[in-house]
Design a protein around this ligand. Structure first.
Ligand code: NAD
Length: 260
């Protein structure tokens, strides 16, 4: 379905981004991967996805906190893979601390990675998408883009900001063939969440499995994790003509979290 299209997936060396890259590749989309990690591990991932799905898979190591590197990644994608049709802004980090103790440097890093990076990548990708009169921009926000939790000030602010940025981009791009939407997942079991589960287990002196259950039960009525594959498949749907008029939306995929 996506044969001949090229997607950038930021933060695709792990978790949700990796899942999205795989689903897009399974639909014959060429993919530019991005994210941190061990060089050998990344090269192996790249080679496996390329071989398994018979698509081109590039890698760009841009630090999404650095606007010039974000721009360079978009340019490199056009040069190496020939286009930028689908932009998935997924790279993200978390820091959990009460407001009074929240370190300034962590605030700056969370806002830069989870919000400003998307502004820079969207700005760099739009001119090319406009020329092609087609594009899909999908920002991976969060249930925390719609509602708050304690001790996540920077993350909640960044994700609410990302939903706002999505709406502005949708308005400015309306009618151009380019849509911009946010996806708002609930809990997905990735390294980012595993760290929070382990911290909970340590703080409450309970088993990791118990902490995992508590984490789900507190927010996510289905008490089941969302999977990266499910998020990838929602993205594939957003790339179909059936989704041409879906733009500026914040789409929840959260087991009922934000229905409460
Ligand atoms: P993860 O930690 O497994 O993966 C994060 C990815 O982002 C990694 O590839 C990492 O290398 C990359 N990354 C981090 N900082 C970067 C930077 N400065 N430059 C380039 N790459 C960088 O996390 P995840 O759970 O897969 O999260 C992915 C996205 O989904 C994030 O935006 C997160 O906020 C969002 N999200 C996650 C959940 C969840 O429950 N896991 C829920 C809602 C939203």
């Amino acid at each position: 379905m996506l044969k001949g299209k090229v997607a950038i997936v930021t933060g695709s060396t792990s978790g949700i981004g990796l899942g999205i890259a795989e689903v897009l590749a399974s639909q014959h989309c060429d993919v530019m991967m991005n994210g941190f990690g061990d060089e050998k591990m990344i090269a192996a991932l790249q080679a496996r996805i390329q071989r398994q799905y018979k698509v081109k898979v590039g890698y760009h190591g841009a630090d999404m906190m650095q606007p010039d590197e974000v721009q360079a990644m978009v340019k490199a994608t056009r040069r190496e893979l020939g286009s930028v049709d689908v932009l998935i802004n997924n790279a993200g980090i978390q820091h959990v601390a009460p407001l009074e103790e929240f370190p300034r440097a962590k605030w700056d890093a969370v806002i830069a990675t989870n919000l400003s990076a998307s502004f820079h990548s969207i700005q760099a990708a739009i001119p090319h998408m406009r020329k092609k009169k087609w594009g899909r921009i999908i920002n991976i926000a969060s249930a925390h883009g719609l509602v708050a939790s304690k001790e996540k000030s920077a993350y909640v602010a960044a994700k609410h900001g990302l939903v706002g940025l999505t709406k502005v981009a949708a308005l400015e791009l309306a009618g151009s063939g380019i849509t911009c939407n946010a996806i708002c997942p609930g809990w997905v079991l990735t390294p980012l969440v595993q760290k929070q589960i382990e911290e909970k287990a340590r703080d409450k002196k309970i088993k990791v499995k118990e902490a995992e259950h508590e984490l789900l039960a507190e927010k996510q009525p289905s008490e089941q994790f969302v999977t990266p594959d499910q998020i990838g498949k929602l993205i594939v749907f957003l790339c179909t003509p059936a989704a041409d008029q879906i733009t500026g939306a914040a789409l929840s995929i959260d087991g009922g979290w934000t229905a409460q």
